[in-house]
Design a protein around this ligand. Structure first.
Ligand code: ZN
Length: 199
């Protein structure tokens, strides 16, 4: 997991710019939502840890770049796609090519009845976070982190009016405007997470 530790160049975007270059400057405990992790990285946090990906898996919640997927909802009972076709985790792997991945429909059954369902979703959620933060690390090293942030928020929330204002304001404080290409859009003041709608 060493490639998930943010490089020291994170400092250029954040609060830790005056710390020694050869030291990890800060660890933030208890943050696990994708948007929280990315905003904290932009503010200079180098490491983070949280129970979020495993705890939410026990509740049948799968994390994806397109939003949360609550596998307990009945709308997934006949969804024969894997959680994420692009995910390399053992739960999704080969779902696209060979049909070996576990479908959302199957996970819907497991999530309510069998512990193994939580294990399967945990594997996926850990892989999601690894992909998310590995992508952030690579974007920082390649001087394209602001674009990475904009791409993430647009895909996750679809529309700027769904962006939480706290995230928009925090990123603007370090020079990144994720609403730059959506002029006139006002982000929502409500900071509650956006969960998967039932219908
Ligand atoms: Zn997966």
């Amino acid at each position: 997991m060493a490639d998930c530790v943010f490089p020291t160049r994170t400092a250029r975007f954040g609060l830790a710019q005056h710390r020694p270059e050869d030291l990890l400057r800060s660890q933030c405990m208890g943050i696990g939502y994708g948007e929280d992790l990315l905003v904290c990285a932009a503010l200079g946090v180098d490491m983070a840890d949280c129970v979020f990906p495993t705890r939410t898996a026990r509740f049948g919640l799968a994390l994806t770049f397109d939003g949360h997927v609550n596998l307990r909802l009945s709308k997934y009972s006949e969804d024969y796609n894997v959680i994420d076709l692009d995910c390399p985790c053992p739960t999704c792997d080969n779902g696209n090519e060979n049909g070996k991945g576990l479908t959302r429909s199957y996970l819907h059954l497991l999530a309510s009845r069998e512990t193994v369902g939580a294990h399967a979703v945990t594997l996926h959620n850990i892989a999601y976070q690894h992909r998310l933060m590995k992508g952030a690390r690579e974007a920082i090293l390649e001087d394209r982190f602001p674009k990475y942030l904009k791409t993430f928020f647009k895909r996750f929330y679809h529309d700027g009016s769904n962006y939480p204002s706290w995230a928009v304001d925090a990123l603007r404080s370090v020079g990144v405007d994720i609403l730059e290409d959506q002029p006139g859009v006002i982000p929502r003041a409500n900071s509650d997470p956006q969960w998967d709608p039932a219908a």
